[in-house]
Design a binder for this molecule. Structure first.
Ligand SMILES: *Cc1c(COP(=O)(O)O)cnc(C)c1O
Length: 415
């Protein structure tokens, strides 16, 4: 007989999500999520909400691409849809400089592998048609690296992460797009970490034909909702000609439910799969918040608060190696070197959700997604300093707090 236990209701505590993601969900998003009525996926307001989301998403992404919509699920769901246009035997160059672009590379290798190549190494295929250009952890993908590789290989596709969250590095999107244009390559970009954090318009990068992001980082919509994607007409024409081996993550088919049919906006969507009224309402509110605050204002707020955090941890003796504005990736001072995992574990045990890096070398990652105010940053700095002190580091919290207060006082004075 099966174990008859009914477990008690699941209680999950409030923690400080101070990692690379997920970000802290805005209360307004949770409010919309919880107050949506039960309505099926073809009910008029659900369909209208999806059309409105699509239109707001185009503004957030800065695009006139008709094929701009959300793929139900997480960042990988959107990336899977984007990479679905890559078929067995396709020539691809992937730039990898950390955990996530590494997984993008694996995804591409799985899709570009021929049947024989996949059977030869099912979990980690090494297709002859895919070149992975590996850039060391802690470094960015530069225009020169992209230029060299595309000139040499002349692939059909090239893929890169815009912001590599594993090491906290910003890659050269301009250089990538320009090189793609020069060699007539279709660029595919993982914009999971940058969308809603950096102020950029995807239409300014014409070498890039596919974009995929996520709900839970810069868009601050963790209640499992939609991974934003956008595709140019050229990407869609290519896909129309080749087809792909997926129904649910087919960029042309999936777009139908968002009211995008035969390359045009139509008044309401047609069935593709069951969408949740709760998810649509939450995503809709997250996009409204982003547009009300504006992407530009958010971007400058991230830069400002990241600078405060960077300065504070540097004053504690840490060395910051990242250049993203939503995340600080650091090495601990020499006296604590090698104890990164232990420090992170101690913090996490107290509901302070920072992260280690997931690939070597082990570093500490502290994120500020949707934690854009002085009390939140001060709380992070205070907790981090206390965790370092508890492990024996000498931290002058008085001096650190003084610097933090100056940073914020200077901004008030300037304003
Ligand atoms: C977080 C992240 C992903 C994966 O997103 P999920 O929402 O966990 O599926 C992929 N790429 C990058 C660059 C990321 O930061």
């Amino acid at each position: 007989m099966a174990d008859p236990t009914v477990f008690p209701p699941l209680e999950i505590p409030q923690t400080i999500a101070a990692g690379p993601g997920p970000g802290n969900t805005d209360p307004r998003v949770l409010q919309r999520f919880a107050s949506a009525g039960v309505a099926d996926h073809m009910q008029a307001d659900v369909l209208r909400g999806m059309i409105e989301c699509k239109k707001m998403l185009r503004q957030v992404m800065g695009t006139a691409n008709v094929h701009t919509f959300g793929v139900a699920g997480t960042g990988w769901s959107g990336l899977d849809a984007m990479f679905n246009a890559v078929l067995p035997g396709d020539k691809v160059v992937v730039f990898a400089n950390g955990t996530f672009s590494g997984i993008d590379g694996l995804t591409v290798r799985m899709k570009a592998a021929t049947a024989e190549e996949l059977t030869a190494n099912p979990m980690d295929p090494q297709p002859a048609s895919v070149t992975v250009v590996t850039v060391p952890h802690g470094q960015s993908v530069t225009a020169e690296i992209v230029e060299d590789a595309l000139a040499r290989h002349k692939p059909k596709w090239a893929a890169m992460a815009h912001w590599e969250t594993g090491s906290g590095r910003i890659n050269d999107l301009r250089g990538f797009s320009d090189a793609c244009e020069r060699y007539d390559v279709m660029g595919l970009v993982d914009a999971v970490s940058s969308l809603g954090v950096e102020d950029f318009s995807i239409d300014d990068y014409p070498g890039v034909h596919g974009w995929a992001s996520c709900p839970q980082k810069g868009i601050c919509c963790l209640p499992l909702t939609y991974a934003p994607v956008s595709f140019t007409d050229r990407y869609i024409q290519n896909l129309r000609a080749t087809g792909c081996r997926s129904f649910v993550h087919h960029p042309i088919l999936e777009a139908r439910h968002w009211g995008i049919i035969d390359g045009k906006d139509v008044e309401k969507g047609t069935y593709h799969r069951t969408h949740s009224a709760y998810a649509v309402a939450a995503f809709h509110e997250a996009l409204r918040i982003t547009l009300q605050q504006t992407v530009a204002a958010r971007a400058s707020s991230y830069a400002f608060h990241e600078a405060a955090l960077r300065d504070a941890v540097t004053a504690m003796g840490c060395t910051v190696t990242s250049n993203m504005t939503s995340l600080v990736v650091l090495n601990l001072p020499k006296s604590l070197a090698g104890r990164e995992a232990e420090l992170v574990q101690n913090c996490r045990a107290q509901g302070f959700g920072i992260w280690p890096t997931l690939s070597e070398p082990v570093q500490v990652r502290i994120g500020i997604l949707n934690l854009l105010n002085q009390p939140a940053i001060t709380d992070i700095v205070t907790r981090f300093g206390a965790a370092m002190a508890a492990m024996g580091a000498e931290v002058d919290m008085g001096a650190v707090n003084g610097r933090l207060e100056n940073h914020y006082a200077a901004a008030v004075a300037a304003a």
